[in-house]
Design a protein around this ligand. Structure first.
Ligand SMILES: [Zn+2]
Ligand SMILES: [Zn+2]
Length: 270
């Protein structure tokens, strides 16, 4: 029974993936509404495939209570969050971006299910690409399913394209950073920061950005690694070390450094 459950999971997961790819193709061909179904199927696929990975550790782990006396069709099974927790507890690497994208997709799915569907096609495409890429990376590192056999041969090409798009876009973003470095190599104020949204060293000065910086890969304008100046002493610190405060209670928001805040780790008391 549990053995069958396990096979069902993988079969259903792959069915959903194939469906998602078909819908993606239709959307790309001009039927924009098909993105909606692509999102639904892809999110279903990710949920099932992550549960499938859990059952690779032990088939009974699909149940909320693997110590129950017996199992039947009514036995409660784990949810997506529990699957993610288990894989992390097992020491499997699930990147912040991957988890964030899954959450985003889930939210989008809920909106679709409640007919409040509204999305930016560019966002949907970019996120689908990131998710497929992250899934392939995860699978290669941990399970190595034979994806080329599992995915419909007609869709496999598209699948690879989606996974590789990510690499191509990253290359493009890195080239943009290299170019900017070359042009600005004698500007002492030019910095490249690590982007904590997408985890790449792709944050460079950008005149149109509110923070003065933008990630050439994910477009984020903020990263904890960016240096900002303290509103009180004007010394530069990493953003993650600063507190953003309304210093005078007068809507006078500013970053304040740990030293000015009297943080004992930074204030020498000699
Ligand atoms: Zn980024
Ligand atoms: Zn300060």
């Amino acid at each position: 029974m549990t053995q069958r459950h396990q096979l069902d999971l993988l079969d259903n997961a792959i069915d959903s993936l194939n469906e998602a790819l078909t819908k993606y193709q239709q959307a790309k061909a001009g039927d924009v509404k098909a993105y909606k179904f692509c999102v639904l199927h892809l999110s279903h696929f990710l949920e099932l495939v992550l549960k499938h990975y859990v059952t690779l550790a032990h088939p009974l782990l699909i149940y909320k209570n693997p110590f129950a006396k017996d199992f039947n069709d009514e036995s409660l099974t784990i949810g997506l969050q529990e699957a993610i927790n288990f894989l992390r507890n097992e020491g499997k690497d699930l990147s912040e971006q991957f988890l964030k994208d899954i959450t985003w997709l889930k939210k989008l799915r809920n909106h679709i299910e409640h007919y409040k569907f509204d999305m930016e096609v560019a966002d949907v495409e970019a996120t689908i690409g990131r998710l497929v890429h992250a899934f392939v990376e995860f699978d290669q590192a941990h399970a190595n399913m034979e994806l080329d056999d599992l995915i419909d041969s007609g869709q496999y090409h598209l699948f690879l394209e989606l996974a590789n798009n990510y690499d191509m876009n990253l290359k493009k973003a890195e080239n943009e950073v290299d170019d900017a470095c070359r042009v600005n190599h004698d500007d002492p104020d030019f910095n490249v920061y690590h982007c904590d949204q997408c985890d790449h060293d792709t944050m460079i000065p950008d005149g149109d950005s509110e923070t003065g910086y933008r990630c050439t890969f994910c477009g984020s304008e903020e990263s904890g690694y960016m240096e900002v100046r303290c509103g009180l002493c004007d010394m530069p610190w990493n953003m993650w070390q600063m507190k953003y405060l309304d210093w005078t209670d007068n809507e006078d928001w500013m970053y304040v450094c740990p030293r000015c805040l009297g943080d004992p780790n930074y204030v020498k008391d000699d």
